[in-house]
Design a protein around this ligand. Structure first.
Ligand SMILES: Nc1nc2c(c(=O)[nH]1)N[C@H]1C(S)=C(S)[C@@H](COP(=O)(O)O)O[C@H]1N2
Ligand SMILES: [Mo]
Length: 165
């Protein structure tokens, strides 16, 4: 994978300085299927999928301390993709409107880390998550460093098929 220092790729974050401010008030995000069609997904849509809680999640950053441990609750990213995408897929790009994102591989979803499955979280320690706290937030329980995959304010979930368009 190459990194172009002249452009900003949200999937290759350069900065570890977390943004404290949500890019908008509305937690609705766009789900973009392999066919390129997008559907808006609300918190209520996520709540209709099986509810999964993962304890002992910490948001760890080398630069600015650690918070947690938290129990995050949400739908698994796998359940969301499976509910909305019938096409074969290899990875999922999860991006916030503030230009921060993470790429998740199908193998990480089908064979979850012992720390827990990757979530699209809407609650924290049994309370609804506020927009300021990151609603809807990608939680990657296996990450132990930098928090570069704990994407706050998910704006787009893009499913990538076997052949990129
Ligand atoms: N959308 C978005 N998500 C983000 C970031 C960001 O700047 N924007 N920063 C990341 C980094 S580097 C850290 S350390 C954590 C900080 O999470 P917190 O604000 O809940 O402590 O969020 C991660 N997720
Ligand atoms: Mo960070």
């Amino acid at each position: 994978m190459t990194q172009d220092h002249n452009s900003i790729d949200p999937l290759q974050p350069h900065s570890h300085e977390p943004n404290p401010a949500p890019p908008s008030d509305d937690p609705t995000f766009q789900f973009v299927g392999v066919n390129g069609r997008s559907h808006p997904i609300t918190v209520a849509d996520l709540q209709r999928l099986p509810e999964v809680s993962v304890p002992d999640c910490t948001i760890v950053s080398t630069g600015h301390g650690t918070s947690g441990p938290f129990t995050f609750t949400g739908a698994t990213l796998l359940a969301v993709v499976q509910a909305l995408c019938a096409d074969p897929w290899t990875e999922v790009e999860v991006v916030s409107a503030d230009g921060f994102g993470s790429r998740v591989y199908a193998s990480e979803l089908y064979e979850p880390d012992p720390a827990g499955p990757i979530l699209l979280a809407y609650a924290m320690d049994g309370q609804p998550m506020s927009r300021a706290e990151g609603l809807v937030r990608l939680i990657v329980p296996s990450e132990r460093d930098d928090a570069l995959r704990q994407v706050k304010w998910v704006g787009e979930v893009r499913v990538v098929g076997e052949e990129r368009p």
